[in-house]
Design a protein around this ligand. Structure first.
Ligand SMILES: [Zn+2]
Ligand SMILES: [Zn+2]
Length: 387
């Protein structure tokens, strides 16, 4: 199709602009909600394409939204660009580059686009739930379908993504001299340790594919003081939001029991919660067809494939959406959040794959705009999946 060729050609010629930009974001890793450098270089590049862009949408300083095209249906392509404490070990610089490049391809023919494209910058995927704030604040209001692509050690058009609850428990005890008067103390750290033991005992009863993992974020103040304050965090994940809820409740009970037995007082907090991903099959199939045209076979991940969580799950509960994974490393050689993935996220292989998925997403967005039956089918599927 002529439009497809035009889009791919524009993305090819944008590659010399987007690779250095993605590399720059990689060299300036920024944690959730602090992605000021990434937001600045991305919006600058958008303006250089002759497009208008608004920042600070949905109450998030480092978000942006750029819409172009013509009246008609609206497809959103989402960019993430936050890093982790160990750098760009989740490769979000490639997600941002792929989304920007896809938009550049579609923008090259914006006068004759059969609808509207929105390029949205979504901060704080790593534990901040930026997309949830954007959803709540109406940023997706006129969007008919949304997509993004994430780097990995595998190539999948769709995969089950776990629902997740991030819990924090703060135990309040009573300080006392550890040697001279320990009987006057209430040990908050003991409550944390008991919580971990109870959670580990509960683990054997959890359904397949569930995950519970935790850290101690405060283990006491000084070795000669009975800890008066201790804190831990858990992530509870499951294939449905409902089951993640049940696991979270069980973890809270473990903490309550530990508080009771030690005499400490526990305070519960839900830091954030992500829904599981409902991958839209109609959109997935269009993405697969376009990937095949670009010489890459991509299929849905087999059930039980290990996975994480994302706030794209919440988007997929609000509108038809896909979140394909694209391969930038060999299976088993390292994947997201590992030290070695920082290197893959800034590699020639990574940037080549970034360009290819930019095309696959842009063509998929174009097909959804051009083929009203396909978009209607995606929406009908979404409506029935919701029931
Ligand atoms: Zn990640
Ligand atoms: Zn990620």
């Amino acid at each position: 199709m002529e439009a497809h060729l035009e889009i791919c050609h524009a993305i090819d010629s944008f590659q010399e602009k987007v690779v250095p930009l993605s590399h720059d974001i990689h060299e300036h890793p920024e944690l959730k909600f602090r992605e000021h450098f990434a937001c600045r270089v991305l919006t600058q590049a958008i303006r250089e394409l002759g497009l208008e862009v608004q920042t600070g949408i949905g109450g998030l300083e480092t978000s942006f939204r750029c819409a172009f095209g013509n009246p008609g249906p609206t497809i959103a392509i989402l960019a993430e660009y936050d890093a982790l404490p160990n750098g760009h070990s989740c490769g979000h610089n490639l997600i941002a580059g792929a989304a920007l490049a896809a938009a550049s391809g579609l923008a090259s023919m914006r006068q004759k686009l059969p609808g509207q494209v929105v390029l949205m910058g979504t901060p704080a995927e790593e534990g901040g739930g930026g997309k949830i704030a954007l959803l709540d604040n109406g940023a997706f209001k006129e969007v008919d379908a949304a997509m993004m692509a994430h780097p990995a050690d595998c190539e999948y058009s769709a995969m089950a993504v776990l629902a997740m609850q991030h819990l924090r428990m703060t135990f309040h005890g009573r300080a006392a001299h550890g040697a001279a008067a320990p009987w006057n103390g209430v040990n908050a750290l003991a409550a944390v340790l008991q919580t971990f033991q109870s959670v580990d005992a509960a683990r054997v009863h959890l359904r397949d594919l569930s995950r519970v993992h935790g850290i101690i974020t405060n283990g006491g103040q000084a070795v000669n003081i009975i800890p008066e304050l201790a804190q831990c965090e858990f992530s509870a994940r499951a294939i449905t939001a409902k089951y993640a809820d049940q696991i979270a409740e069980r973890i809270r009970r473990c903490a309550d029991a530990a508080a009771m037995s030690t005499g400490a007082r526990v305070e519960h907090e839900t830091v954030c919660a992500y829904k599981n991903m409902i991958s839209n099959r109609v959109m997935t199939q269009i993405y697969e067809r376009n990937s095949e045209k670009l010489d890459t076979i991509t299929r849905e991940a087999p059930p039980g494939t290990p996975t994480g969580s994302t706030d794209m799950g919440d988007v997929s509960h609000a509108l038809p959406a896909i979140h394909p994974m694209f391969q930038i490393s060999n299976p088993g050689e390292g994947t997201c959040h590992e030290e070695v993935f920082v290197r893959y996220s800034d590699s020639e292989r990574g940037y080549t794959a970034m360009s290819r998925v930019a095309k696959a997403m842009a063509l998929t967005a174009y097909d959804l705009l051009a083929n009203s039956e396909a978009l209607a089918a995606a929406k009908a599927e979404f409506a029935s999946a919701r029931k």
